[in-house]
Design a protein around this ligand. Structure first.
Ligand code: NAD
Length: 350
């Protein structure tokens, strides 16, 4: 029997990326849908072979406790709803896969971790890049072939369409918890940590004045610095008002790594560059089963539950990013002064 997921929230990411990815899963399948729009759930249920008895609304969600087909709940809702639905899922006795950012405050993250421990169930965060073979290749090169890592630069951005509902909640602080940094910059924050296998000890950030009133509640464009105990430094930017970008560069003492795109859905690439020689690896070159990061991520929780093996992207991992992001907002809101994040290193290589 395959491991069954209930998908909560049938928005863009759920419908366009996650539901189709089950077709490539070896161990997981979708067995229930949860939506505020029952007609949409019915339509998708028909397409994916899910019967009416496994369709839920947000109000009837707690009945999922009695649904034996559901092993885990995958939460793909606006950020400020992650914590409550995670707690409800654990109360229903299910494992949880929750989208990034894990939640909007550190306190919520801690509550989610505690609820999972109390229920004796697993909590995984939807860091799909941890299952991208290009990311794995980049980490291997960073460890073995660039000398001492010195400087990271990372940029993530997209254009905002205020007429599209998927962008509307992102512009509303109460639902998003923050702007470009929470939504897109998190890839650079998390990426810097796994590339260096280290947590930063100090951060600094500046939020640029909004260029349009639609960005008044959140960071439209933010630039930041993270300093590491090893001496490495990462600097990054995130913006909701640029042509799509997903870049990651790591400069070592002997070679550099260039990733552009670094964390997109498809066709990421990494180049290893020394003076006079460049070698590039891109998604189509990998034939390992984890080629599709979405399906590999869905299978990963199933395998981890079946074999009781460690998760690649834990609640603690998600909470550390939220903590760092909050420290960056604190810096930005206090004249860009440095904020200590020297909470002790705990990070382990993914
Ligand atoms: P979306 O707006 O397309 O979908 C969100 C869904 O939540 C919609 O179906 C909407 O109807 C529903 N919803 C329920 N309550 C709502 C409320 N009070 N206000 C607004 N919508 C409500 O958004 P999305 O792009 O699918 O993002 C959902 C989550 O997935 C976010 O946490 C986002 O960060 C994450 N995400 C992750 C990735 C990734 O690559 N890992 C990519 C995109 C989105």
């Amino acid at each position: 029997r395959k491991f069954g997921y209930a998908i909560v929230g049938l928005g863009k990411y759920a419908v366009n990326q996650i539901l189709p990815a089950f077709a490539e899963c070896e161990y997981a399948k979708v067995t229930a849908l949860v939506s505020g729009d029952i007609e949409k759930a019915r339509r998708l249920g028909k397409h994916y072979g899910i019967e009416e008895s496994h369709l839920y609304t947000y109000d009837t969600f707690d009945k999922i406790a009695q649904d034996p087909e559901v092993d885990a709940v995958y939460i793909i809702l606006p950020n400020s709803l992650h914590a409550d639905f995670t707690e409800r899922s654990f109360r229903a006795g299910k494992h949880v896969l929750c989208e990034k950012p894990m939640a909007v405050t550190v306190e919520e993250c801690q509550r989610m971790i505690n609820a999972g421990k109390k229920a004796g169930k697993k909590l995984m965060i939807g860091y799909r890049c941890h299952f991208d073979p290009v990311t794995h290749k980049a980490i291997e090169l960073a460890r073995t072939s660039i000398g001492k890592p010195q400087i990271i630069s990372t940029d993530n951005g997209d254009n905002t369409d205020p007429t599209d509902p998927t962008y509307q909640w992102r512009l509303t602080r109460a639902l998003s918890g923050g702007g470009a940094l929470m939504d897109l910059g998190i890839y650079g924050v998390n990426g810097s940590r796994y590339m260096l296998d280290e947590d930063p000890i100090e951060v600094q950030a500046t939020i640029m004045p909004p260029s349009d009133p639609m960005f008044r509640e959140i960071d439209e464009t933010i630039v930041w610095i993270m300093r590491y105990r090893s001496g490495a430094v990462a600097h990054g930017s995130a913006s909701f008002n640029v042509n799509a970008m997903s870049r990651f560069n790591l400069q070592g003492t002997e070679a550099s790594l260039r990733m552009d795109p670094a964390t997109s859905y498809w066709c990421n690439s990494v180049s290893h560059c020394t003076s006079g020689d460049t070698q590039t690896w891109s998604t189509p070159m990998f034939t390992i089963p984890a080629l599709n990061q979405f399906s590999a991520q869905l299978d990963h929780l199933a395998i981890s539950v079946a074999n009781n093996t460690p998760l690649a992207a834990t609640g603690e991992e998600g909470m550390q990013d939220v903590r760092l992001i909050q420290a960056m907002y604190q810096s930005a809101n206090s004249g860009s002064r440095p904020v200590s994040t020297d909470w002790g290193d705990w990070r382990k290589t993914i």
